[in-house]
Design a protein around this ligand. Sequence first.
Ligand code: LRH
Ligand code: MN
Length: 393
Amino acid sequence: MTQPDARTLERVKLALRSQRIETPSWAYANSGTRFKVFPQEGVPRNPYEKVADAGVVHQLTGVAPTVALHIPWDRVDDYADLAAFAGDHGVGLGAINANVFQDNDYKLGSVTNPDPGVRRKAIDHLLECVDIMDRTGSRDLKLWFSDGTNYPGQDDIRARQDRLATALRETYDRLGDDQRLLLEYKLFEPAFYATDVPDWGTAYAHCLELGPKAQVVIDTGHHAPGTNIEFIVAFLLRAGKLGAFDFNSRFYADDDLMVGSADPFQLFRIMYEIVRGDALAPEAGIAFMLDQCHNIEAKIPAIIRSVLNVQEATAKALLVDADALAAAQRSGDVLAANAVLMDAYNTDVRPLLAELRTDLGLDPDPMAAYARSGYFDRIRGERAGGQQAGWGA
Ligand code: LRH
Ligand code: MN
């Protein structure tokens, strides 16, 4: 196992400098499971405080310059003012997430609901989110539909796909030239028989039908156990239809745990396909977003830790000796090929990342820097009163 040479380390550091990870506003707020939402001290009470916390994460990591919003959780009177506030805190407003999964009318579906009035209501919300994008300057509209059925026969699977396609078409046609529609899939929950966008193939097919401004989102918690997610990454990248990630990790289902915490090797394999596909830099157009819920752990440190986990997996992926790998693959040397990847994965990249942060004028240890910053003590005091933000479910 050879240590990476200086030229390799410089190449890797250069690539890591361009990494951009978007944090989700809702991960700064209260969240939980159907059993319990445990409130925490210092939790934001409004979108401005969520954005301020995202600003701290970027200040300490240097690679998290945007925060995704979720509507209506982050509805404000003046989105331009929120964007200006975000700018004052060193971040920009990122993807706009629509929410057609919490209104009573959506019990039997939103855009796929048998009732045309309910479908209209849902589509109008999607269009409202594009209006909001016009004011926040966001590029991406992210669509996840909880739509599905719980029992065979409950509704017509084919007819629901027609309704979905109609809603997506109307929304797609409303997009501006520089705007995108990101379609997210999920195997199950809250539907437990058939989900209308259950897998990457369904999302891919709808995006192909829509056009070039429609791309697929891979949420790493939305697959059947044992799914080879990096295969989906490689396939969609090759097809030019990978738009974004919702990073998190899980031991069982959609656990929304810190990315890289449950399966760091899987995250490495995913980031290796990104590197192999030359899709890491912002110009490649992939949005790397976190989508997590910190039900019991301190929220801001958990998000900092998650950003560091993505950086570490990326640094390891960038260390893969591509020439040695290609040679081993060409000669059919299975063990040698696997060893090239494992050598990179087994490299301790923390010193390299600490050096990069020092180069960027940052504290080499963002977790320790946050603990020393006194920010938590300040917000714990400032945010004592008022209603804490959450999913409002
Ligand atoms: C659905 C999902 C989706 C978001 C929500 C917060 O499980 O992954 O991306 O809208 O979580
Ligand atoms: Mn998601």
